[in-house]
Every structure is written in structure tokens, then in C-alpha cells.
Design a protein around this ligand. Structure first.
Ligand code: ZN
Length: 327
């Protein structure tokens, strides 16, 4: 993919954006003072419609994906100079902060930094999207290629209602740029581990620890065996980890436990490892044949692998950034 923009234009772009700094800060503020916790549909919808108006002013075609319970999702399509595959700018406008957080965590600016609920994750990113589009339009008169902005309302709670839309839009696009905040020192993410969760439930046989200890089949002891087996599945070199993060079980000290369970977090670096790890966890068998084992769960987010295409896209972004940074 090549984004046509001559080297000389980047200095112009930077100085243009520098002159818009006050407006950018005002824009971030505007988004932050409109609180938008994921679970508050009314608050989310209200921000979504104000965003819709902003993007309409930028010349985008707004499509609101109405939701019954979640806040409405926002799709904005922009035409490009050439009819090539479009770029998807992906983000979310919900935050983890409840309504009223502004009272205890107010908006303010200090020493060139902005503070307030959602400034970092990711209302600042939304403002960046807006000004990037505005800058290209003001300086070039148009966008080099079609662009779709997709802002969802439920990212902080797992994207249940937006995921299918996001996947479809991503498949239709030539590239997807996630406008979430960067990593430490401004690093761009070019890969990310996949995530899964499992729950293992062990059923044994309860008995009184004093009267008939031998009749009991301890679910806790069995779970302990399983936890050891699970931890042996971790392969750090491969980037596969399993973490038993929560355990529960038993009722009293004088009762052999009939129930125990563990919740497990799985991380994988490669897509193909997902199915393999699911198989391995499901293949766990009780050490004590009198106990029963049930396994639920699996991979819920595949990893983003650093494919050749991802690396090439990063190199392109890097080249563009260097071109103007050292003018
Ligand atoms: Zn975020």
C-alpha cells in the first residue's frame, strides 16, 4: 500500500496541526465533559449523536447503528480521491468511568497535559481522528483514499454488540488503524496476544472428615492435581501462558470437599495455538477416578500476529512520521 503524499507536504501538515492545537484541546474537552460509561445507554447515545454531528461537519456520511440496550455505534464514511480499498479508523467512545466521575476527577490542563475521565482511553484518540481528517481535507482538498471511522459504545465491556460489525468492516478494509492510546513512549502496537478463559469444575464426594474420611473424594485435592497439570501447559518461549487466577471450593474444614473450581486465563501469541490449547485443556482427565471434571470456555480473542502485511504497514507509518519529524 502506498499513501501518496510528497515529502514536502509533511512539514506543512505539522505546522497546520500546530496552529490547531487550541482547537484540538477544546475538542478533547468537549468529548470528556460528555461522560459516557459503557452501561449508560442514554449518556452514550447523547455523545454518539454529538459525534455524529461533528463528523458530518467534516463531510462524512453518518450511519448510526442503533442498539436496544447498548449505546448506539457510529459509522462514518468519507469518500477518497481514488476508488481504492478504504482505511478503517477504529475506536470506542465509551469509558470505564461512571456518570458523575467528573466531580471527583475533573477536566484540567497542566504543563501541556490533559486530565479527566477518558482523556487517554480514548477520547484523545477520537479528537486525533477528527483533526487528521480535517488536516488532510484543508491541505489537500480531499482524502487520498476512502476512509471509514467506526466508533463503538461497548468496548470496555467486551464489545458484545459491536464485534460483528467491527469484524465485517475490518474485512472490507485495506488496512485497519486502531486509534487507541499508544504504548509506553508512544510505541505503536504491531502485535497482541490472544486471550481465552476456562472454568474447570471438579465434583467429588462429600464426607465427614472425622467420621468417614475414607468415603470422601476431595474435589479440592483433585483440583490441586489439575492446577499442576494446567501450569505445565505454559510455554513461555512460545508465548503461551495459563494462569489459574481464581479458585473456589469446599464448605468447612471438617468436610471433605465435594466441589471445587478454578478460573483460568489463557494467552497465546499465535492463532493456531488457540485450538491446540483448547484441545489440551479439554483433554484433562481426573487423577482420582471418583471425581468428575468439567471444562468450559475457550479462546475469545484471537491474537493479532505481526504478519508481513502488519510489519509493512508499520514501516510505512514510520517512514511517514520520520519524513516530517526531521524536516
Ligand atoms: Zn480503549
Amino acid at each position: 500500500m502506498n499513501i501518496p503524499m510528497e515529502r514536502s507536504n509533511f512539514g506543512e501538515l505539522l505546522s497546520y496541526l500546530s496552529t490547531r492545537k487550541t482547537d484540538m484541546v477544546a475538542q478533547v474537552r468537549e468529548l470528556v465533559v460528555r461522560e459516557s460509561p459503557t452501561h449508560d445507554k442514554q449518556a452514550c447515545d447523547s455523545l454518539a449523536s454529538s459525534l455524529a454531528a461533528d463528523f458530518q461537519r467534516l463531510g462524512g456520511r453518518v450511519k448510526i447503528q442503533r442498539q436496544k440496550r447498548a449505546g448506539n455505534h457510529l459509522q462514518v464514511d468519507f469518500e477518497g480521491a481514488k476508488a481504492r480499498s478504504s482505511i478503517l479508523l477504529l475506536g470506542h467512545y465509551d469509558t470505564v468511568y461512571d456518570l458523575g466521575t467528573l466531580k471527583t476527577m475533573p477536566w484540567y490542563e497542566e504543563k501541556g497535559r490533559l486530565f479527566g475521565p477518558g482523556v487517554f482511553d480514548m477520547k484523545g484518540g477520537i479528537a486525533q481522528i477528527m483533526f487528521a481528517i480535517q488536516a488532510l481535507k484543508d491541505l489537500r482538498g480531499d482524502l487520498p483514499r476512502p476512509l471509514t471511522v467506526w466508533l463503538v459504545s461497548d468496548e470496555e465491556e467486551g464489545s458484545a454488540t459491536s464485534r460483528a460489525f467491527t469484524e465485517r468492516l475490518a474485512r472490507q478494509s485495506g488496512a485497519v488503524l486502531v486509534c487507541e492510546p499508544s504504548g509506553p513512549r508512544g510505541a505503536l502496537k504491531t502485535s497482541r496476544k490472544g486471550v481465552g478463559t476456562f472454568k474447570i469444575t471438579v465434583t467429588g464426594q462429600a464426607s465427614h472428615a472425622g467420621l468417614d474420611f475414607e468415603k470422601g473424594q476431595s474435589a479440592i485435592l483433585e483440583l490441586a492435581h489439575q492446577i499442576r497439570a494446567i501450569s505445565r501447559l505454559t510455554d513461555l518461549r512460545r508465548g503461551t501462558t495459563l494462569n489459574v487466577g481464581v479458585i473456589r471450593g469446599g464448605t468447612r474444614t471438617n468436610v471433605v470437599a465435594s466441589q471445587a473450581e478454578a478460573e483460568i486465563d489463557l494467552r497465546i501469541a499465535r492463532k493456531s495455538d488457540g485450538a491446540m490449547m483448547e484441545r489440551k485443556v479439554r483433554k484433562l482427565r481426573p487423577v482420582n477416578k471418583h471425581c468428575n471434571l468439567s471444562v468450559e470456555g475457550g479462546v475469545n480473542r484471537p491474537p493479532m500476529e505481526r504478519t508481513k502485511q502488519v510489519a509493512a504497514l508499520f514501516q510505512l507509518a514510520r517512514k511517514i512520521a520520520l519524513a516530517w519529524a526531521f524536516r
